[in-house]
Write a new protein. Structure first.
Length: 293
């Protein structure tokens, strides 16, 4: 099944990007109007995040989100055949912010949210930085599809660490000069006993403190990353220093709170760029749950 899926997607990836975007427009109509994929989840999340907006305004954000969501899928398919040079002007960033810490002999931890198109960013960061890049990923339940995405995400030399076994898989690289990339806006899932609760879009929301704990333990420089779409098919990432010496200057709650504040500001600036289809508020805060602020 893997070879069938991979072969089909590879053939699709050979299509010029403008043609893929035409297909994306068709898929958008099917996904949004006919299938309604997670439409209730998206609109519910938007109602939580933006109660001050009208229903019409939230629907406009939802439609823009679905357009970019489908675009990100066809762009990810393009990874199967596009040469590295394809991304040179299509995904830019202030890479020097990371590389200066390589010159200082410091490892770096990148923390970001699910803003489009993080898959292109995963490929380009490996090409642009001098550190060994370690990318933490969430395995997909379908084994053939998971295998395809692992191939995509490691095409430029990224070393992938499963989120399920991140601590164990990270150990061999702990003493190297690494850059660890973490998408840290997912719900803690089954590890709610280890979660901390922070105010996120005016609602108590559970976040994992794992990224902060890792940065403090290894005293890795913490950078936050925000991705903007300049126009269709062109992205720019901006890295911002969050903490230079987490091992001595901060704690898990304070560092996580910084990320929560950064993430909300990033989403508010470009609300259609965030992955609203995941159930970010599926857990309700209960009396006795540990607050991180």
């Amino acid at each position: 099944m893997y070879f069938v899926i991979y072969g089909f997607l590879y053939l699709c990836s050979l299509l010029p990007l403008p043609v893929l975007y035409l297909l994306s427009d068709l898929f958008y109509a099917v996904v949004y109007y006919l299938i309604g994929y997670r439409k209730k989840v998206v609109l519910h999340n938007l109602a939580i995040a933006f109660p001050e907006k009208t229903i019409a305004e939230r629907k406009r954000i939802a439609k823009d989100f679905y357009h970019k969501f489908i675009d990100s899928f066809v762009e990810t398919v393009k990874l199967l055949s596009a040469p590295d040079s394809f991304f040179e002007k299509r995904f830019t960033g202030n890479w020097e912010v990371i590389n200066r810490y390589y010159d200082q002999g410091r490892s770096v931890q990148l923390i970001l949210g699910h803003t489009f198109n993080w898959e292109w960013g995963n490929v380009q960061v490996v090409r642009k930085i001098r550190h060994l890049f370690l990318g933490v990923y969430m395995p997909i339940s379908s084994k053939p599809l998971n295998r395809v995405f692992k191939k995509l995400r490691s095409r430029s030399g990224a070393i992938l660490l499963s989120a399920h076994n991140m601590t164990r898989e990270f150990l061999p690289y702990r003493r190297s000069l690494y850059c660890l990339g973490l998408v840290a806006d997912q719900s803690p899932g089954g590890r709610m006993n280890k979660a901390r609760w922070f105010t996120f879009f005016n609602r108590k929301t559970a976040f994992t403190i794992g990224p902060a704990k890792s940065a403090i333990t290894n005293n890795a420089v913490v950078l936050f990353a925000a991705i903007e779409r300049r126009k269709r098919g062109y992205y720019q990432v901006t890295f911002t220093l969050a903490e230079e010496d987490p091992g001595t200057n901060t704690d898990e709650n304070t560092l996580t709170k910084k990320f929560v504040t950064f993430l909300e500001a990033t989403i508010r600036q470009h609300p259609d760029m965030w992955l609203w289809s995941h159930r970010r508020w599926k857990h309700e805060w209960k009396e006795g749950d540990e607050m991180g602020e």
